[in-house]
Write a protein that binds this ligand. Sequence first.
Ligand code: NAP
Ligand code: F7E
Length: 357
Amino acid sequence: MSKSALITGITGQDGSYLTEFLLSQGYEVHGLIRRASTFNTSRIDHLFVDLHEPGARLFLYHGDLSDGTQVSNLIYNIKPDEIYHLGAQSHVRVSFDMPEYTGNITALGTTRLLEAIRKAGMKCKFYQASSSEMFGNTPPPQNEDTPFCPRSPYASAKVYAYWMTINYREGYGLFACNGILFNHESPRRGETFVTRKVTRAIAHILAGKQQYLYLGNLKAKRDWGYAPEYVEAMWLMLQQEKSDDFVTGTGEAHSVKEFVEESFAYAGLDWEKYVRIDPRYFRPTETEVLIADASKVRRRLGWEPKVTFKELVRIMVDADMEALGLEPLGEGRAALARHGLNMLDRALINPTGGMEG
Ligand code: NAP
Ligand code: F7E
């Protein structure tokens, strides 16, 4: 019997890579999607097989993390072996504009799922998408014992969800894990997160469609990894005998400025000619430096990232160039081949449109 998994946030960056990974492992995958007036499944369209075809293993359901009844019914009806809870209002800057909504979805959404599992009396395993943002201003390196000091409504909501996950593990014996993941990026990264905003702008500048790139704080440092590798860590966490919490990251940090310099230089552009600072992108409170001490996940799960910072930059710049019909420079593709990873990602979102963030 193949295993089944329910993924919330299946249409997001991580949801799409996790779906690919679980299907490749023989899983039946069920996903919660939001009803929208436009198509919002472009990251997973390439995985969808018509349900009338024999062997279809991906099933999608409308729902929303604010709707506990629907979420509860779904869990009860599907009875998945594993739940990967990735759905969230995941944008830190946006969480300052929508603190109440962020709390409702990112914090209470987790409680709704945990309660549904508890009430159904099911044995399914639960993964909570916790975040390095929870560490906020606590000095690096950060590991599982580092105190939290959240610096945004998003981070505060994730801290609440983190503790609820532990509370249900300890109080009700649920198999529930927190994956405390540091930033992970890819060609499928949302266009308003800084890495993708930069690589997408480069392609637009090269194509003559954009003159300037407006950014906020260039000093902040992040531990950036490659997203497809991180979804495998999520899966490994749920394959253990006992549930636990794991910090997952590369252990190497770079500033936003370094990301900008590296990507513009790769494309043969002088970044200072194109980048402008717009205070609209500053945050009321900023998380300055995040660097993972991921020794536990390495030791206990054998998980180790392969893609380096420079390779990540090249993978993303190449993919955004390709999405606009430009000839990619090729080093991104070479890096993926070197690591035995999939070739460049064509499932790109909005190569042309979208709102800045
Ligand atoms: P993402 O691309 O922003 O995806 C978020 C997903 O949540 C999307 O599928 C989105 O649906 C869904 N969603 C949002 N609001 C919802 C609602 N009210 N009801 C149901 N679904 C809703 O995020 P990601 O980068 O894949 O990250 C996955 C998870 O890991 C998130 O919980 C994020 O906070 C957390 N995380 C991410 C990182 C990272 O670096 N990527 C690091 C640590 C933790 P739509 O497609 O309809 O918008
Ligand atoms: O910002 C700075 C910004 O929005 C990174 C989410 O996946 O990772 C992500 O959160 C840094 C910050 O990601 C712009 O101020 C400068 O210091 O790409 P970001 P994030 O806030 O780190 C964590 C781990 C998550 O859990 C979240 O879900 O870049 N920055 N200028 C900018 N950021 C944006 N978005 N736009 C700018 O113009």
